[in-house]
Design a protein around this ligand. Structure first.
Ligand code: KG4
Ligand code: ZN
Length: 336
């Protein structure tokens, strides 16, 4: 079965074709990062309008790349949420319209399930069961994954997401949007031990996270440094970036390993945009080696939002018998 999938929950328009038997056939992607950069963050109205302009050319591009036509497609998948309402509506409308016109099933996909299953697109792919660390701009969760659709939430953030901690700290440091990659780049020139920043909830008995205090600590340090004679130096800025990254990675790594020990599982899977962070990857590889287990990441280009993970998650749900393919009339489903 060939599934055409759409992602439009935030600032990436993604379209992909996935075969339930052969895996990913093609995917096309447009990032709106350059458009939102001047505003320091995603402007929802601009995002929706840009999705509208990109979605059909990207559909054509993905079909051409896979050497397929719409007649070859058996089902249409789309991100139903969570995300920006207007942005979600674009992908959902296009997917539902094509499904309606061709008499195909439309499959709503939870954005986080897309991220969660995306490491299965890598080679080698992890077997079930595994623990997943889901770290994106909007979510930070630890999940026990027994199989497709069998997820148990082990812990999550009580306030900011890890990506948000990166983005907000980056903004304080005067770095561009999106802040995560920019902060990480600057951090490479700094000393991660220069500033002793808090590791919120690292030693709490649960598997939850909290990042809002870290952002406040960065702000306090920054104000103190800016107030000194001569102001903030470039090397101090890099040191603060490195110390911030180290604090976030320490907490994510510490809690992920605690979840591994508690679950008794040996496979850790990392998904979501922050999964692209180099320090986090290295840290988890090292820690999992010590634990005698393994860590899996999605291909680097599929860590942040994309259509491949949505079409792929739909394909996995179909394979697991979790989709009623006979249902042509499901309600227009968007859950911002
Ligand atoms: O999964 P994603 O593309 O979108 C959401 O569903 O939120 O994640 C975006 C987040 C942003 O907060 C971004 O700053 C962060 O992932 N991010 C990174 C890196 N690349 C992306 N954070 C730290 N280091 C990176 N290399
Ligand atoms: Zn995402």
């Amino acid at each position: 079965m060939i599934i055409l999938g759409y992602e439009s929950s935030c600032d990436e328009t993604g379209v992909a074709l996935v075969c339930t038997e052969r895996g990913l056939l093609a995917h096309s992607l447009h990032s709106q990062i350059a458009m939102h950069r001047d505003y320091g963050g995603v402007v929802p109205e601009l995002a929706s309008r840009d999705h509208i302009q990109r979605v059909l050319p990207l559909t054509r591009q993905a079909l051409d790349e896979a050497r397929l036509t719409l007649q070859d497609v058996d089902a249409i998948a789309y991100t139903a949420g969570p995300g920006l309402a207007g942005a979600l509506l674009v992908g959902a409308s296009v997917a539902q319209s094509i499904a309606w016109a061709l008499g195909l099933p439309a499959i709503p996909v939870h954005h986080l399930e897309g991220h969660l299953l995306s490491p299965l697109l890598a080679t080698p792919a992890p077997d079930f069961p595994f623990v997943a660390l889901l770290v994106s701009g909007g979510h930070t969760q630890l999940m026990k994954v027994e199989g497709v659709g069998r997820y148990e939430l082990l812990g999550e953030t009580l306030d900011d997401a890890a990506g948000e901690a990166f983005d907000k700290s980056a903004k304080l440091l005067g770095l561009g949007y999106p802040g995560g990659p920019a902060l990480s780049r600057l951090a490479q020139q700094g000393d991660p031990a220069a500033f002793d920043l808090p590791r919120p909830m690292l030693h709490s008995p649960d598997l939850d996270f909290s990042f809002s205090g870290l952002k406040t600590a960065v702000l306090t340090r920054l104000k103190a440094l800016e107030g000194q004679a001569g102001g903030l130096t470039e090397s101090q800025r890099a040191d603060l970036a490195a110390s911030t990254e180290a604090a976030i990675v320490d907490v994510l790594g510490g809690k992920a390993i605690k979840a591994m020990k508690r679950s008794g599982l040996k496979r850790l899977v990392v998904a979501g945009g922050v999964g692209a962070n180099r320090l986090l990857r290295q840290r988890l590889v090292d820690d999992m080696k010590k634990l005698g287990g393994e860590v899996y990441f999605p291909p680097l280009d599929l860590c942040t939002d994309n259509g491949a993970m949505i079409a792929f998650a739909a394909a996995q749900r179909v394979r697991a018998g979790l989709v009623d393919l006979a249902d042509r009339g499901h309600a227009f489903t968007v859950r911002p």
